[in-house]
Design a protein around this ligand. Structure first.
Ligand SMILES: Nc1ncnc2c1ncn2[C@@H]1O[C@H](COP(=O)(O)OP(=O)(O)O)[C@@H](O)[C@H]1O
Ligand SMILES: [Mg+2]
Length: 217
C-alpha cells in the first residue's frame, strides 16, 4: 500500500515572522508534484516540515498507508528523504558517497554495490565512481545527491531547487533523471522550484504557493 502524506492547517514562524500560514496539502498519488512560488513564499520550509526535518508550530503532518497513520519513527523516516541544493559531500569516492544511506542502514555488501551502481548509472556518474566526490562540478554534485537519495528507494522524495545554480546541460540531465523516475512510477516526487518552464516540463500536479499557503493546486 503506498505511502501518502496529509498536511493540515500547518503554521510556522521564525523569530515571530510567519512563514507558513494555515497551509494544507495532500500528496496521495504517485508521480511528480511541483511546488512553485516566488522566493520567500515558504516552499523550502514546507518541504522540511513534510520531510520531518522540522516540526510545525501548529497543525497536523500525517503519513498514511491505507487507513493506518504512522508514528514519526525511524521506520517511517527511512521511507522518505529530502535532497537539498549544495548537498554536503564526504571527502571520499563518488561510490562511497552514494552508498552512505545504505551503509548506515546496515545494507549487505553485494546488494549495496548493485544498488549504488544502478543509481550512479541512472544519474550518469558511473564512469566517475572511483573519483573523489569533491572534484565533481556543481551539476555532477547535484546528480550525486539524487543518486544518494535514490539508493534507499524512498517512497517519498523531496527535491528542493534541484537545478539551482547548475548549468543548462546539467539542468537537462537532472530533469531527465526526474522524468525517468516518474516513468518508473514507484514513488511520489515533490519538487520545489521557482523555474516555471521547468515546473511545466516535470509536473503531474502543479501547486502554487504564496505567503505561506498553497493557493492553487
Ligand atoms: N531557519 C530559519 N530561520 C529564520 N528564518 C527562516 C528560516 N527558514 C526560513 N526562514 C524565512 O522564511 C521565509 C520563507 O523561506 P523559505 O521557506 O526558504 O521560502 P522559499 O523556499 O519559498 O524561498 C524567508 O523569509 C526566510 O528568510
Ligand atoms: Mg527555497
Amino acid at each position: 500500500m503506498s505511502l501518502r502524506l496529509n498536511i493540515s492547517d500547518v503554521w510556522k514562524s521564525y523569530n515571530g515572522k510567519p512563514v507558513l500560514n494555515a497551509c494544507s496539502i495532500s500528496f496521495d498519488r504517485n508521480g511528480v508534484y511541483v511546488l512553485t512560488g516566488h522566493n520567500g513564499s515558504g516552499k523550502s520550509t514546507l518541504l522540511r516540515i513534510c520531510a520531518l526535518i522540522e516540526s510545525p508550530d501548529k497543525g497536523e503532518v500525517n503519513y498514511f498507508s491505507g487507513d493506518n497513520i504512522f508514528s514519526k519513527d525511524i521506520g517511517l523516516r527511512r521511507r522518505i528523504t529530502l535532497v537539498l541544493p549544495g548537498i554536503g559531500l564526504f571527502n571520499t569516492t563518488v561510490f562511497n558517497n552514494a552508498a552512505y544511506g545504505l551503509k548506515i542502514r546496515g545494507g549487505k555488501n553485494k546488494e549495496t554495490e548493485r544498488k549504488v551502481n544502478d543509481a550512479l548509472k541512472f544519474v550518469g556518474l558511473i564512469h566517475k565512481k572511483n573519483h573523489n566526490a569533491l572534484t565533481l562540478s556543481s551539476g555532477e554534485t547535484q546528480r550525486l545527491g539524487i543518486a544518494r537519495a535514490m539508493v534507499i528507494e524512498p517512497e517519498m522524495l523531496f527535491l528542493d531547487e534541484p537545478t539551482a545554480s547548475i548549468d543548462n546541460e546539467n539542468t537537462k540531465i537532472v530533469e531527465d533523471i526526474i522524468l525517468n523516475m516518474k516513468k518508473e512510477g514507484r514513488s511520489k516526487i515533490i519538487i520545489a522550484t521557482h523555474d516555471m518552464p521547468q515546473a511545466e516540463r516535470l509536473a503531474d500536479c502543479m501547486l502554487l504557493m504564496d505567503e505561506g499557503k498553497i493557493i492553487r493546486g
